[in-house]
Design a binder for this molecule. Sequence first.
Ligand code: HEM
Length: 189
Amino acid sequence: MLTESDRKAVRQSFRLVVPIADTAADLFYRRLFELRPGYRELFKDDIAAQKRKLLRMLAFIVRALDYKDTEWRDDVPPEQDLMLVVLALGRRHAELYRIPNESYSVVGEALLWTLDYGLGEAFTQDVRAAWTRLYTLLAQTMRLGSTAMDREAALQSAQQAQRQGEEALLVQLAEAGIDEVRLGVEEPS
Ligand code: HEM
């Protein structure tokens, strides 16, 4: 569950990351490939492009804080359904980038390590907890998308999870109050 203060902590710490984004990206990949050298081959050789992707990923995570509650529900048009956007992102990771599902935990670990190293004292226990919760929510949703066969199946799978309360995924997202905050986080350039 994301609290109001979690969202504030993520937003504020992300603003501190933006000026050191280039260094943070270097640190993240160095740490990730230190932890799992085999993952190097999942990424293309262009390191500059990789850095941009990491920043997109971070920006994506932070932007997820802005999602309206209704945008996570299943009664909106598909193009406005951000649940589907995250499911589709998960599906691309599985089918196009061929990442193993278990890589979510080590990527999360490398991400937290990078934030810790980059932010120093600003990376308090509260900030760590907030990023952990947010990353976990997204990773859970993306993993769900990776198991779906197609867009329709992804939606049905999400609806089924909601109906049966399995992992109560949609409920968790709604309870997280992801719609409540307007953070106004700027995209990194
Ligand atoms: C919350 C978790 C994650 C988020 C939000 C995220 C986000 C993104 C985004 C926005 C892209 C750009 C391409 C696209 O939109 O399809 C991307 C690409 C990619 N991500 Fe992730 N990602 C996450 C987790 C992971 C994990 C666990 C791995 C495992 C190593 C991974 C590996 C990759 C790779 C290999 C690419 C494509 C690189 C290429 O084109 O060479 N990501 N990710």
